[in-house]
Design a binder for this molecule. Structure first.
Ligand code: EPU
Length: 429
């Protein structure tokens, strides 16, 4: 078991390349189940969630060949409707995409309820509502979801909650269903467009992705194809925030700036200079940052996945900023850890009130979830002295080579094996 050690205070300078989008990757890989022949996906991020999903595709009989760490060939010809009630499905949230993809392909699936970051309650009722509307019988038996259908038939489905996962899962189940499916109040995230692009390359008929009404005309078969993933807007946002917090001048490369408009607008409001070009962002922080309020919303609003890193940035801004997460109101586990590092943050009525500026101080802290981990890494870069971060399994699920990428920018950051005593302390914490 390892910890990350960060010697804070060193300025970030230079260029950082953004990897493929985690939240696309985790849907694109299960989507390959729906094809009848080889699917090649390139530009995948080198993160543990991707490799876990690759293993799950093999468990159901797929042939998964990695050409390099970022390009995978998936041959679904021998896949079967193997039940996956336990094991690796519990490791990540996105294993729920096996429900939609296997239901779409085999008319049946058994998938254990997914794991992933604890961000408060994360129901999947809208996924199930969609599957049922398409004709599946859905039951929860001892913690696994059983889906069975004689055949799937297109339907009109109104999502009561705008959900990324439900929108993608229903698309996966509907692309081969008989007739027409309409998803109303659909989510509009770029990752949904990326998945629809892959499915369309396979031969699916999908219109309206990126709007809140998606129309799907079912087709009997889907073919293999090649697909290149979009860049990770959340990774790009994380490093933009790190650059604003501790940078002199940082060039973020391989990014689609339009995917980050809400975040860039907030950084500019704080006094950060940002030059945009087609695939790059040049970030130069102002001398003194001003506080802003942020409220997370569904895309294109401010992403919940950047709320925690942004909270860290606010600790160095003048005045008070209020952070409200309307998507996951309980996504606040990083706050106690930031307080350990001398942050002045109060939680009132579900909002975090961050008063600044303060000089953060190095401390021993733990990542409770993926983006909490990112927020604490940024805090470590800003802090005086040494920060030791445990809970790295969360960070490794979603950030490719984080220590290497930050080292290239001039950060003093490395990983060390934990002592037996530290492991015991961590496990008891
Ligand atoms: N919701 C329901 N019922 C449902 C589905 C969702 O009530 O059936 C609620 C959720 O509780 C939440 C809101 O709707 O309050 C939005 O949830 P959504 O379904 O959009 O989230 P998700 O698909 O489970 C994805 C990302 C998350 C990201 C959210 C919101 C993946 C694998 N995960 O989760 O990413 O926070 O969308 O944008 O795509 C992360 O990357 O750190 C991460 C947690």
């Amino acid at each position: 078991m390892q910890k990350m050690v960060i010697e804070g205070g060193h300025k970030l300078n230079g260029k950082i390349r953004i990897s493929g989008a985690k939240n696309s990757a985790v849907a694109l890989l299960p989507a390959a189940i729906l094809a009848d022949s080889d699917v090649t996906i390139d530009g995948l991020p080198e993160i543990s969630d991707v490799y876990t999903l690759g293993d799950l595709l093999e468990e159901i009989g797929g042939t998964v060949n990695w050409e390099d760490n970022q390009t995978v060939h998936i041959d679904p010809a021998n896949m079967i409707a193997m039940p996956l009630p336990n094991g690796k499905v519990k490791k990540l949230r996105a294993s729920y995409y096996f429900m939609g993809a296997m239901l779409g392909k085999f008319n049946k699936a058994v998938i254990g309820l997914p794991g992933g970051c604890f961000l408060g309650p994360r129901p999947i009722d809208q996924h199930i509502k969609g599957f049922e509307a398409l004709g599946a019988e859905v039951t929860n038996e001892q913690g696994a979801i059983y889906l069975r259908a004689k055949e799937l038939r297109g339907a009109r489905i109104y999502l009561d909650v705008v959900s990324v996962g439900a929108t993608i899962n229903i698309m996966l189940a509907a692309v081969k269903a008989k007739g027409k499916t309409v998803i109303e109040n659909a989510a509009k995230e770029p990752e949904i467009i990326d998945v629809a692009t892959l499915l369309t390359s396979m031969g699916a008929k999908i219109k309206g992705v990126g709007t809140d009404v998606i129309r799907i005309e079912g087709v009997p078969t889907l073919n293999g194809c090649n697909h290149t993933i979009i860049p990770d807007r959340i990774e790009a946002g994380t490093y933009s925030i790190a650059a604003a917090a501790q940078g002199e001048q940082v060039l973020i490369d391989n990014v689609i700036p339009q995917h980050l408009e809400s975040v860039l607008a907030k950084l500019r409001e704080m006094g950060v200079s940002i030059e945009e070009s087609d695939e790059q962002l040049l970030i130069t922080p102002g001398k003194q940052l001003k506080s802003v309020d942020i409220k997370t919303l569904v895309y294109p609003g401010f992403p919940t996945d950047l709320q925690q890193p942004f909270t860290t940035l606010l600790t160095k801004a003048v005045n008070t900023g209020v952070v409200t997460d309307t998507i996951y109101s309980a996504r606040l586990k990083h706050i106690d850890e930031l307080r350990r590092m001398n942050a002045n943050i109060k939680v009132e009525g579900g909002s975090a009130i961050v008063s600044g500026p303060v000089q953060l101080e190095g401390a021993k802290v733990t990542a409770s979830d993926l983006r909490a981990g990112a927020s604490l890494v940024i805090a470590g870069l800003m802090a005086k002295g040494l920060t030791e971060l445990t809970g790295l399994e969360h960070v490794d699920r979603g950030y490719e080579k984080m220590t290497e990428k930050l080292t290239n920018l001039g950060a003093h950051i490395w990983r060390e094996e934990m002592t037996d005593q530290e492991i015991v302390q961590f496990q008891n914490s």
